[in-house]
Each structure stands twice: as structure tokens, then as C-alpha cells.
Design a binder for this molecule. Structure first.
Ligand code: PHB
Length: 397
């Protein structure tokens, strides 16, 4: 027996992109069903990046998801680069009169899920999608099984794949999950969560002969820190003492406050943009459409740009029947996707030393860092991208 659910928009994935789209569509009177194979606890407990750009914070607050980010998030007016021990501050307020918010992604998810429940349309957790069918008809379907083993089908006017980097919606849209432009990197980040007070008021991005170190934070009791490592490193093989030594060696001018390490993980780096973002009535957005390496924390912020473009296109389609903005979605979304791809790649390449780097490569990248830190216009360029370019599409009321 298969349970069939009929809706206007079937959304795969209860991540930030899928949930925000459902919220915005509901405000325009469009009904949607969000499904996710994971449980609510798993989703809210996954460790992700912590930076919310200023335009993303505005969308969350002004569209009525929650303004908790302004009340409980920490406003950061700048970041520091440490280059071989020399500190340079990018003063965002001075350069571009904007800030970012340190507000961990699982808190954004908590707010988005609470808003769906508050508005009477909770996501369907434990609903694992197996395939997306009939993309090129007016009734695309999501077919899957619940964790209780019951078959289900979502029959929709439009299906949206917001199901992350392992997206199954890529199969009907691109022909396969791997069809895209991509780049691998010869390094990864070793990430830790430590129960310790913050060591710095602002984030420190450090580049030295030892490689890259990032000192970030979660709140006044838990800190998030990373150092560059081999992508094949097994996280469990590194001792706490080695971790603190590596982090401390990377930020020589700052004494790190230590505490118990409660989580260790290795984050692989990849840049990816799917070859297609739409096939018929099936669309891709967020990590299903593209992946960025973590430097600069653009993943969720970029996903919100896709959401706003698709929200605009679907509102127009359901109001008028016109597919013009649905047709324009890939081109509109890709403009910002490639800018964010460039920024994430640029921050990554500038701050890391590849294992096969020659002396020329190392000295050139020091020249690049000196150019950026030494020029007000270059600093403003970095700041403008770091705090987040305006989305260029509104319509969230
Ligand atoms: C994080 O806090 O996880 C974080 C912060 C800044 C980045 C990347 C990750 O550039």
C-alpha cells in the first residue's frame, strides 16, 4: 500500500534551503510538503558552519522565520588574517558598513523547523526519497519509503531537490549525480569543537609555513577551530595534545584557551556546480546544485540566493501560469553561484599551501596576501563578498 500526498510543491530535504523555500511559498498561499530521510534530532544536531551573511540574516528576520539571530547571534564587525605571525584586521564596518552574524547553522535550522511547526506545516522527517519520476510532465512525483517501511509518493506540480550534495534529484535533472563542473583540492580541514572560552573576539584566518588555521567560535563555552590536513587523515588518530600544538603553532601571536575536545572531524574540500539546475518541472537548489569549499562559510548563504530566485519563479508560475521566470531560474541563480564559487576558491587558494607547492607558489601567494591586506580597495572587495552581496531579488513578504 502506497500513501499518496498531493501538493503544489514537493521539496526534498529539510535543510536551510528547502525549509526557507517552504516558508516563503506559504506566505504567498502556495502549499508544499518538505520531506527528509533523517530525523529532526539528527538534522538539528549536525555540525555545520557558523557564519550568516548580513543579507541572509535579513531574509530570516524580515520574512518572519525568526529574529533570534539578532537577539542571540554575535555580530562580527571584522575578521583577522594572520600571515606568518603578522596580524591584519579587515574592518567590515569601516570598509562596507555591514557585519556578519556568528549564528551556527543548526540554530538556523532550529528556527526554520520551529516556524514550519508554528505555521501548521511540519516537515515530514523519516521520509527517505528513492527517486524523482516524471520530471517532464505536469505531475512530477517523489517516490520513497518511511523509516517504518511504508511506501509513499508525493504527487506535485513542481518538485524541488534541496537534498544536499548526495542529491537524488540530480539524476532526472542532470542524468547522473556526478554530472557537473568540479574541482577537488589536495587538502582538507581537521575540525574540532572544544569546551573552552573564546580565544579571540573575532575569527582568525591564519596562514603560515605550518599551513592554514582558523579560529572560530560557537558560543562563550564552545569553540570551533580548524587546521589544514591531508584529506585521507583519519580524525580519530590525532591526539588532543597534537591538535592543540598544531592550532597554537598556526596562531603564534594569540594564546589559545584550551579545554576538552568534544568532537573531531575531517572536512573534505570540493567545488561543484551541476551541469543543469532544471529539467521540466524539477529544480535543484542549495548543495544539490552546487558545493563550495568551507573557507568563507558561503554554503548556506549561497543556498538562500537560489531560494529567493526559485521562490520568485514559483510565485509567478502559480499566480499566472507563466513559466518565464522558471525558465530564467538557472541563469539568474548561476550568476551568484559562480561569484560565490570564485570567492570560496580564492579565499581557499590564498590561505592554504598545497602539498606540492613550489617556492614560487608560496612566495606568489604571500605577494597576493600582501596585495590584499595592503590595499583598501582589495580589502573592500574581500569584505563586500565576505559579508554577502545583496541577493538582487526580493519578494519575501
Ligand atoms: C565555522 O565557524 O564553522 C566557520 C567560520 C568561518 C569559515 C568557515 C567555517 O570561513
Amino acid at each position: 500500500m502506497t500513501t499518496t500526498i498531493r501538493t503544489q510543491v514537493g521539496i526534498l530535504g529539510a535543510g536551510p534551503a528547502g525549509l526557507l523555500l517552504a516558508h516563503l511559498l506559504q506566505k504567498a498561499g502556495i502549499d508544499s510538503v518538505v520531506i527528509d530521510g533523517k530525523s529532526r534530532d539528527e538534522i538539528e544536531g549536525t555540525v555545520k558552519a557558523g557564519i550568516v551573511e548580513s543579507p541572509a540574516a535579513r531574509v530570516l528576520a524580515e520574512s518572519g522565520v525568526s529574529d533570534r539571530i539578532y537577539r542571540e547571534g554575535a555580530k562580527h564587525d571584522g575578521i583577522e588574517f594572520h600571515v606568518d605571525g603578522n596580524a591584519h584586521r579587515f574592518d567590515f564596518q569601516d570598509l562596507v558598513q555591514k557585519s556578519v552574524y556568528l549564528y551556527p547553522q543548526h540554530e538556523v535550522l532550529t528556527d526554520l523547523i520551529a516556524a514550519r511547526i508554528r505555521d501548521g506545516v511540519p516537515p515530514l522527517f523519516g521520509h527517505l526519497a528513492e527517486s524523482v519520476q516524471d520530471a517532464e510532465t505536469t505531475r512530477p512525483r517523489i517516490v520513497g519509503t518511511t523509516t517504518e517501511g511504508e511506501a509513499f509518493e508525493i504527487s506535485a506540480d513542481v518538485v524541488v531537490g534541496a537534498d544536499g550534495s548526495g542529491s537524488i534529484a540530480r539524476i532526472p535533472v542532470c542524468g547522473s549525480q556526478r554530472n557537473g563542473h568540479y574541482r577537488e583540492y589536495p587538502f582538507a580541514w581537521y575540525g574540532v569543537l572544544a569546551e573552552a572560552p573564546p580565544s579571540s573576539d573575532e575569527l582568525i584566518y591564519s596562514r603560515s609555513e605550518q599551513g592554514f588555521v582558523l579560529i572560530s567560535t560557537r558560543d562563550k563555552n564552545v569553540q570551533r577551530m580548524y587546521f589544514q590536513c591531508d584529506p585521507l587523515l583519519d580524525a580519530s588518530t590525532v591526539s588532543d595534545a597534537e591538535i592543540w600544538d598544531t592550532l597554537q603553532a598556526g596562531v603564534s601571536g594569540t594564546t589559545l584557551k584550551q579545554g576538552p575536545i568534544i568532537r573531531k572531524d575531517v572536512l573534505r574540500f570540493r567545488s561543484f556546480v551541476a551541469h543543469e539546475l532544471r529539467k521540466g518541472r524539477v529544480f535543484l537548489m542549495g548543495d544539490a546544485a552546487h558545493t563550495v569549499p568551507p573557507t568563507g562559510a558561503k554554503g548556506m548563504n549561497l543556498a538562500f540566493s537560489d531560494v529567493l530566485w526559485l521562490n520568485q519563479a514559483l510565485r509567478s508560475f502559480f499566480a499566472t501560469g507563466s513559466e518565464a521566470l522558471m525558465d530564467a531560474y538557472p541563469e539568474n541563480a548561476l550568476q551568484r553561484i559562480w561569484k560565490a564559487q570564485h570567492f570560496s576558491y580564492w579565499m581557499t587558494s590564498m590561505l592554504h599551501i598545497a602539498p606540492d607547492a613550489t617556492e614560487f607558489d608560496k612566495l606568489r601567494s604571500l605577494g597576493e596576501l600582501a596585495s590584499v591586506t595592503g590595499s583598501r580597495s582589495a580589502q573592500a572587495y574581500l569584505a563586500e563578498n565576505y559579508v554577502g552581496l545583496d541577493y538582487g531579488v526580493g519578494d519575501w513578504d
